[in-house]
Design a protein around this ligand. Structure first.
Ligand code: NDP
Ligand code: MG
Length: 336
């Protein structure tokens, strides 16, 4: 079994006398900055003036600094802006503020692993990657618990980089749930693979193609939507709670037999071959290059796919169905 790190493995006093600057106040930035502040850590927030989150940070009682100011002031600089803008913001506004002995922290290994960001010598480079969205990082912290996280050290100039990472993990509440040690490479490659093949890419394409096929066969779109999309959450909840066997134990025997025999027909050795290609592109940096060049062009392809996606029947059907459910539920609770 892999070793997990808990409360006793992190020491907040590692951060005593050190200024922590959180760059970005979005999904992760807000949650992590608030949790760190509530944990007694000395936190400032670095943002761009006039951006939407400047005001949000003020409402939460921070006095936001510019990114350059926060990077200059920070002994620990946490880079919590979107991955695709990090390299540019780093080069122009963060790097000039880094001094020997500082720690640069990330919540995802992408930019460092693919050398889009190359921190200077003398700076520790660490990662604490919560395995849940920011809302969960904040909510679980307030509930007295935390979000399981991965932690890694890429560069250990001070000899204390792991201690710093664990102190940050403790400050955001991660050690209450458990922290597993990884590397920037492992986190980046498995994260990209997971989101491409299973979580975001694979699942949505299975849903889409099933929906389009069944509706083309004349089945009512609303019924198909329930069967191939809506019920997915129930299945995923079972899988998350107890693994695949727990799911099989909690569906009908018909579903179990059909699923165990037909699943491997749908996802077959051809799919495995494609997994190899996808992982190879991630490892070689080809995917990272492709994505960064898309960003540099102003994401034209992504915008096109977004437009196409939201025009699809499945989206319209879903929207109508959801509005029916809400009305239905209100009606039910009003009747009670
Ligand atoms: P967000 O998209 O929520 O970040 C938005 C924040 O970044 C806002 O405060 C925004 O400010 C600021 N920002 C955006 N562009 C710039 C810029 N050019 N200059 C200065 N500030 C800018 O990011 P996430 O929280 O989703 O991701 C942050 C990191 O956390 C990433 O590395 C991601 O991979 C990682 N991560 C994210 C998870 C998640 O739950 N989303 C889960 C685990 C890891 P403004 O209001 O001015 O636009
Ligand atoms: Mg600094």
């Amino acid at each position: 079994m892999v070793k997990a790190y808990y409360e006793k493995d992190g020491d907040l006093s590692t951060l005593d006398g050190r200024q922590v600057s959180v760059i970005g106040y979005g999904i992760q930035g807000r949650a992590q900055a608030l949790n760190l502040r509530d944990s007694g850590v000395n936190v400032e927030v670095g943002l761009r003036k006039g951006g939407a989150s400047w005001k949000k940070a003020e409402e939460d009682g921070f006095k936001p600094l510019t990114v350059s100011e926060a990077a200059e002031l920070g002994d620990v600089v946490m880079v919590l802006i979107p991955d695709e803008v990090q390299a540019v913001v780093y080069a122009s506004e963060i790097a000039p503020g880094l001094k020997k002995g500082n720690t640069l922290e990330f919540a995802h290994g992408f930019n460092v692993h693919f050398s889009k960001i190359v921190p200077p010598d003398g700076v520790d480079v660490v990662m604490v990657a919560p395995k849940g969205p920011g809302q969960m990082v904040r909510r679980t912290y307030l509930e007295g618990f935390g979000t399981p996280s991965l932690a890694a050290v890429e560069k250990d100039h001070s000899g204390k980089a792991w201690e710093t990472a664990m102190a940050l993990a403790k400050g955001i509440g991660a050690t209450r749930a458990g922290v597993i040690k990884t590397t920037f490479r492992e986190e980046t490659e498995t994260d990209n693979f997971g989101e491409q093949v299973v979580l975001c890419g694979g699942v949505s394409e299975l849903i889409r193609k099933s929906f389009n096929y069944l509706t083309s066969e004349g089945y009512q779109p609303e019924i198909v939507y329930f069967e191939v999309l809506h019920e997915l959450k129930l299945i995923v909840d079972l899988i998350q709670a107890g693994g695949l066997e727990n799911m099989w134990n909690n569906v009908s025997n018909t579903a179990e037999y059909g699923g165990r025999t037909r699943g491997p027909v749908v996802v077959d050795s051809g799919t495995e071959e494609k997994m190899k290609k996808i992982l190879a592109d991630i490892r070689s940096g080809a995917f990272a290059e492709e994505w960064m060049s898309e960003v540099a062009k102003g994401v034209p392809n992504l915008d096109g796919m977004r437009k196409k996606g939201s025009d699809e029947t499945i989206e319209k059907v879903g929207k109508e169905l959801r509005s029916m459910f809400v009305k239905g539920e209100e009606a039910t609770s009003a009747a009670r």
